[in-house]
Write a protein that binds this ligand. Structure first.
Ligand code: KIV
Length: 268
């Protein structure tokens, strides 16, 4: 088999130029990273959404640097083609530029990521610039930034009124000027996302931000239907893995109880 052509940040800029949509998805371990890489995804985000969809905590705030390193190492081992992005967790970059550079460096050095993502706009411009200046690519994330859930008063659409729209545009401009290679727009009205996408030269990756973004991202567990209690308007469920997996385990239990498993073909 031909080796797969590796995606780099240069390809993303070219894709925006050519009007080719960019695909991004989250993954947190080796088997799922292998599935999404083999499926031809462009970007794998090892998201701090690991907190909500893997660890079972109510938001992303408790996720630690050590946990993100653990998840990213597994993902990076499966990666052949996709660009692997490490999501800097809450309080791993907000304290100082030194802390941000140190932890972004750990993502590449200890977990084999190729870029980092952090949440924030104009308020994080100096941090983005500091990390980019040590040659680590940064993806920014504006709009609904889940690490600011308490300040924002919940998981709400951002940029609906004129003042907030203007602030979003200012944030988008600031992260591009600071050197981010792309920006996630989360829970932003489609018309505002369109305006930002047309204004920036770097690609926008939307989640709950409409069709006009340069690319789209979804949380893998939402796309695969793995958490039955989690139904989000912004996410489309393409499979029902919870139901499929539960049925398989129920069948296994029934066969053990009925003394049908293991059969002679599974025995030595
Ligand atoms: O952590 C995450 O999964 C994310 C995406 C929703 C963009 O930040």
């Amino acid at each position: 088999m031909e080796p797969k052509k590796k995606v780099t940040i240069l390809d993303l800029a070219a894709m925006k130029q050519a009007g080719k949509k960019i695909t991004m998805i989250t993954a947190y371990d080796y088997p799922f990273a292998k599935i999404v890489d083999d499926a031809g995804i462009d970007l794998i985000l090892v998201g701090d959404s690991a907190g909500t969809v893997v660890q079972g905590v109510p938001n992303t705030l408790p996720v630690t640097m050590e946990e993100m390193l653990y998840h990213t190492r597994m993902v990076a081992r499966a990666r052949e083609r996709a660009l692997v992005i490490f999501d800097l967790p809450f309080m791993s970059y907000q304290e100082s530029l030194e802390q941000a550079k140190h932890n972004a460096g750990r993502a590449l050095k200890e977990a084999n990521a190729e870029a980092v993502k952090l949440e924030g706009g104009a308020n994080m411009a100096a941090t983005i610039e500091a990390i980019v200046n040590i040659d680590i690519p940064v993806m920014a994330h504006i709009g609904l930034t889940p690490q600011s859930v308490h300040r924002l008063g919940g998981f709400k659409v951002q940029g609906r009124d004129e003042e907030k729209r203007r602030k979003l545009l200012e944030d988008a401009r600031a992260v591009e000027e600071a050197g981010a290679f792309a920006v996630v727009l989360e829970l932003v009205p489609a018309v505002v996302a369109k305006e930002i996408t047309e204004m920036l030269t770097i690609p926008t990756i939307g989640i709950g931000a409409g069709i006009h973004c340069d690319g789209q991202v979804l949380v893998l567990h939402d796309l695969l239907g793995m958490n039955p209690g989690r139904k989000l308007k912004m996410a489309k469920q393409y499979a029902s893995l919870y139901d499929l997996s539960k049925k398989a385990v129920e069948e296994y239990c029934a066969e053990v109880r009925d003394k049908k498993f293991p059969g002679p073909e599974h025995s030595f």
